[in-house]
Structure formats: structure tokens, C-alpha cells
Ligand binder design. Structure first.
Ligand code: HEC
Ligand code: HEC
Ligand code: HEC
Ligand code: HEC
Length: 353
């Protein structure tokens, strides 16, 4: 990417023949107001910036610096393609208009002025830090050795109540990824020519260049997710993909690229989930997600049914994260993309901590 006009994608650019029929009986819909997307609905006045995290998390910051998330800060605004998209959208500076900011940059508000401080950063995924940064690292006022188990669990609970998104909370992590990697602004896609989203999959996209699991190994190793966690990442990722695509179709108003791509995405997610359901019959929630997805036609003017289906899918995904930990889901291993499919290379741990 980075300037390249288009990349090969496994996702069909135009609707597969079956979908053309599904989509659409037509109809006019009222336009939805598009709120800020992605970045955990971050409040820019609570952003502390990656430098504040770097005080303790040096290795994780180093890993981040070699990702597209970091580099987009300098590279995206210079891309010819960015200029084209911006011009058609009437955006004069991509670093100052909210349409691009919410997904490409981190904005920090100090007193009254807002400043774009980096690309997609720690807090885009872990939540704006101001209210939890001291809590999560404070060992309840003690040390790692003297803090009791009960105190530690109360500390984590408080940090999460104050907005921290932790790695164990796969649903919220995935919601963040998809909040940016599916682009729910119809005009930006149809008129601006922006991609409708990435060919995203949570295991392969989180275990490559994005991986920075160097903290709990004390900087010795960038530990890949283990088999059980990968299964959970895979299932939850697909569930959130389906949820996000259904909500995106609900916003479509015209039979153009945006609507077709979102319908193709939903169809693809529910097909892949159907395969997972077959391989994991002990998790009935997955088959229920697929049924729900088929209960709402992927067409224009169907916002209420699509939103109801998306809400149902969301509840099922959350209940899966509460009831299962992946250990019993070995049946789906053959469906999960292997290390050769990882997006980019994970940084090797070492040197600094
Ligand atoms: C003063 C040092 C310090 C700073 C600054 C700091 N952290 Fe941490 N962080 C820690 C410590 C200590 C732990 C581990 C606590 C434990 O394991 O009980 C931790 C753990 C974490 C974890 C893992 C949580 C888990 O569930 O395992 C994440 C994610 C994290 N920090 C993100 C951040 C982010 C993002 C920032 C900046 C907004 C930040 N930290 C700033 C010290 C710090
Ligand atoms: C909803 C989130 C979202 C919004 C809003 C958004 N982008 Fe993007 N953008 C992405 C994602 C995700 C990618 C990476 C897509 C991929 O995987 O190829 C991307 C990729 C790009 C690229 C590189 C790919 C290409 O098409 O050449 C450019 C340039 C770009 N965006 C410009 C913009 C501009 C300019 C704006 C504001 C007018 C904007 N984006 C708004 C999420 C967004
Ligand atoms: C693109 C989203 C994203 C960004 C950006 C991001 N993280 Fe993470 N972080 C994650 C995910 C996802 C995990 C869990 C990874 C896994 O399951 O393999 C994680 C795990 C962690 C952990 C636990 C590591 C361990 O040893 O297990 C720490 C600490 C952490 N992140 C801190 C940071 C800091 C500091 C930054 C900024 C330099 C940052 N993260 C940027 C998504 C992100
Ligand atoms: C705040 C929005 C945002 C969030 C949250 C986010 N991303 Fe991204 N991501 C982007 C954008 C925008 C790009 C494209 C940047 C560019 O190349 O200009 C991107 C690029 C990437 C790339 C590089 C893709 C390539 O073409 O090589 C990977 C991998 C990736 N993201 C994984 C993740 C994962 C995994 C998560 C969640 C744990 C996540 N992202 C969360 C916005 C986001």
C-alpha cells in the first residue's frame, strides 16, 4: 500500500453473482450521522501519548516503531493517493480534518488546542491512558512482590473501569481493530475512492509486525499467542467482522461499491463462521451467529433488521469470550491461518528493556 493505488485482495471487488441478487431491492434511506470511528472512541483530552508509555515499555514501543501504524503518520499524508482521496472529499489537510484523523492518527488535546501527535498508537488499541496509566502500573501502592492477589485483581478491575483495554479482553481489542479496518463511511468509499476496509483477519494481522508481547517475558522474547489464544482470536475476530459488516450495510444508501463490498464481507464472514461451527460443535453460539446473520437480508433499507442481527452477534461473541478459553476448540486449528500468513514480521526481542 503506501501510495500504491490498489493491492490484490482475496475479497471480491464486485459482488459475487449470488450476492448481486441479495443486494438489493433498492429503496431510499435517511443518511446516518457518522460519528468518530475506531480508536476506542478515545477522548483526545485523555491521551498521554506513546512517550509516556515508553518510560516503562521500551521494547513494546520499539516494536511499534517498525509498524505501518507508526509510519502512517509521516507517509500517508505524502501519498499521491491520499491527496486524491482528500481532494474528492473536500479535505484540505489530512492531518487536521476529523474524517481522516479518527483512523490514521492519534490526537492529543492540551488545554484548548488539539495536536496530531502520532499515527495509530498504544492508546488507539489499549484506550486513552490518562485515567488508568498510574493505576495499572502502581501495584496498589506496594510492589510486585508485596501486592496481594486480591489487590492485584482489584487494581486491574479499576484500570479497566477507567478505560484500559487489556489483551485478555479479546472482544474489545477486536472491536477496535475492526473499527478502523472496516471503513463505514459510504461517501469516503464511493466518492473518495478509499478502500472499504482491509482484508483483515485477527490472528494473522496481530501476530506479525503488530506483535509486541515482550513485557511479560521481561524483554527476552516476543511471545506468539499460544494455540488456545489463537483459537479465541480467530473466532472472536470473525464474529466481530460479521457484526461490523452488518452494521456497515445498515448504513448503505446506494447500490455502489460500499454496499457491495460490505455485503461481500458479511457473506464471507458468515461462511467462514459456518465452517468454524461445523468444526466446533461444542460451541453452539457459533452456529447461532450464523443463523442470526442469515435472518437479516443483506440489502438497502433494512437497517433495523441488520442492526438487530448485529446486536445479537455481538452478545454471542461476548458470551463466547466468557464461557470458553480456546482449550477445547482444537477442532478448528486447521482453519486458522498459519505463521506463513502473518502480516509483516514480528520484531525480535532484545537489546533494550
Ligand atoms: C510507570 C511504568 C509504566 C508506564 C508509564 C506504563 N506502564 Fe503499562 N505496565 C506497567 C507494569 C508494571 C505492568 C504490569 C503490571 C502487572 O503485571 O501486574 C504493565 C502492564 C501493561 C499491559 C499489560 C496488561 C495485561 O493485561 O497484561 C499493557 C497493555 C500496558 N501496560 C499498556 C501500557 C500503555 C498503553 C501505557 C501508556 C499509556 C503504559 N502501559 C504505561 C508499567 C507501566
Ligand atoms: C474508518 C477508518 C478510516 C478512515 C476514516 C480513513 N482511513 Fe485511510 N485507511 C484505513 C485503513 C484501515 C487503511 C489500510 C487499508 C488496507 O489494509 O489496505 C487505510 C489506507 C489508506 C491509504 C493507503 C491505501 C491506498 O488506498 O492507497 C490512504 C492513502 C488513506 N487511507 C487515506 C485516507 C484519507 C486521506 C482519509 C480521510 C479523507 C482516510 N484515509 C480516512 C482506514 C481509514
Ligand atoms: C494495533 C493495536 C495495538 C497497538 C497500537 C498497541 N498494542 Fe499493545 N497489545 C495489543 C494486542 C492485541 C496485544 C495482545 C497480543 C496477542 O494476543 O498476541 C497487546 C499486548 C500488549 C502488552 C502485553 C505484552 C506481553 O508481554 O504479553 C503490552 C505491555 C502492551 N501491549 C503495551 C503496548 C504499548 C506500550 C504500545 C505502544 C507502544 C502498544 N501496546 C501498542 C494491541 C496493540
Ligand atoms: C485507529 C485505527 C486503527 C486501529 C485501532 C487498528 N488499526 Fe491496523 N491499521 C490502520 C491503518 C489506517 C492502517 C494503514 C496504515 C498505512 O499503511 O498507512 C493499518 C495497518 C495495519 C497493518 C499493516 C497492514 C499492511 O498492509 O501491511 C496491520 C498488520 C494492522 N493494521 C493490524 C491491526 C490489528 C491486529 C489491530 C487491532 C489489534 C489494528 N490494526 C488496529 C488503522 C488501525
Amino acid at each position: 500500500m503506501h501510495g500504491a493505488p490498489s493491492r490484490p485482495s482475496a475479497r471480491p471487488q464486485r459482488p459475487a453473482s449470488g450476492l448481486a441478487g441479495l443486494l438489493f431491492l433498492g429503496g431510499v434511506m435517511t443518511m446516518f450521522t457518522v460519528a468518530a470511528y475506531g480508536a476506542a472512541d478515545n477522548d483526545s483530552s485523555k491521551i498521554v501519548g506513546a512517550n509516556a508509555c515508553a518510560e516503562c515499555h521500551k521494547q513494546e514501543v520499539e516494536a511499534w516503531k517498525s509498524t505501518h501504524h507508526f509510519k502512517t503518520f509521516r507517509e500517508m499524508p505524502r501519498a499521491v493517493r491520499a491527496d486524491k482521496i482528500a481532494k474528492t472529499m473536500g479535505v484540505r489537510r489530512v492531518k487536521s480534518e476529523s474524517l481522516c484523523l479518527s483512523c490514521h492518527f492519534t490526537v492529543q488535546k492540551k488545554s484548548s488546542a488539539a495536536e496530531v501527535i502520532s499515527g495509530i498508537s498504544c492508546e488507539s488499541c489499549h484506550g486513552a491512558g490518562q485515567d488508568w496509566i498510574k493505576v495499572h502500573s502502581g501495584y496498589s501502592g506496594k510492589t510486585a512482590l508485596t501486592e496481594s492477589k486480591a489487590e492485584a485483581s482489584a487494581r486491574w478491575k479499576l484500570a479497566e473501569a477507567k478505560g484500559m483495554i487489556r489483551p485478555h479482553d479479546i472482544y474489545r481489542i477486536a472491536k477496535n481493530c475492526y473499527g478502523c479496518h472496516v471503513v463505514p463511511q459510504e461517501d469516503l468509499v464511493n466518492k473518495g475512492g478509499h478502500r472499504a476496509g482491509s482484508n483483515f483477519e485477527l490472528v494473522s494481522w496481530s501476530q506479525g509486525e503488530v506483535r509486541h508481547n515482550t513485557w511479560h517475558s521481561k524483554g527476552k522474547e516476543n511471545v506468539p499467542a499460544d494455540a488456545a489464544r489463537k483459537r479465541m482470536l480467530y473466532v472472536v475476530g470473525l464474529g466481530v467482522e460479521l457484526e461490523t459488516a452488518l452494521r456497515a450495510i445498515a448504513k448503505a444508501t446506494v447500490r455502489k461499491a460500499y454496499a457491495f463490498e460490505m455485503a461481500a464481507r458479511a457473506d464471507d464472514a458468515r461462511n467462514r463462521l459456518a465452517a468454524v461451527a461445523k468444526a466446533a460443535p461444542t460451541v453452539p453460539e457459533i452456529a447461532r451467529m450464523v443463523d442470526l446473520a442469515h435472518s437479516a437480508a443483506l440489502k438497502l433499507d433494512n437497517a433495523s433488521a441488520l442492526t438487530t442481527a448485529a446486536d445479537g452477534v455481538s452478545k454471542l461473541v461476548i458470551s463466547i469470550t466468557e464461557k470458553y478459553d480456546g482449550k477445547t476448540l482444537g477442532g478448528i486449528d486447521g482453519l486458522i491461518p498459519g505463521p506463513d500468513k502473518q502480516k509483516g514480521k514480528a520484531r525480535t526481542a532484545g537489546a533494550i528493556h
